[in-house]
Design a protein around this ligand. Structure first.
Ligand code: SF4
Length: 95
């Protein structure tokens, strides 16, 4: 069951904390608008992570979630609630 969506597409976008995401894909499954896909975090984006996040990333093969269709987000909040790592926040899109 999904919650009613509250915003027009693109008014908000999900932001994924790279130091928290472990690629568990709960957001991929729950988003009604297919905003997320799993992919591998590029090497240049791994450098800025704190040590603990680098260890976690290595253990998980650097698999993370990416908001590839962020402009389809309707800010329903399901992904924020579903993420077991509390890695997702919603941010108002810039004009
Ligand atoms: S808040 Fe999350 S689950 Fe809801 S539409 Fe946006 S990305 Fe998808």
């Amino acid at each position: 069951m999904s919650e009613p969506c509250q915003q027009p597409p693109g008014a908000f976008a999900p932001i994924i904390d790279r130091a928290r995401c472990e690629g568990k894909a709960d957001c991929v499954v729950i988003c009604p608008y297919e905003v997320f896909e799993l992919d591998i975090l590029p090497p240049e984006d791994r450098k800025a992570l704190p040590f603990g996040a680098k260890v976690k990333g290595f253990v998980h093969g650097w698999k993370q979630s990416f908001a590839v269709r962020a402009d389809a987000c309707r800010a329903c909040g399901l992904c924020v609630k579903a993420c077991p790592e509390k890695a997702i926040t919603l941010q108002r899109a810039q004009d």
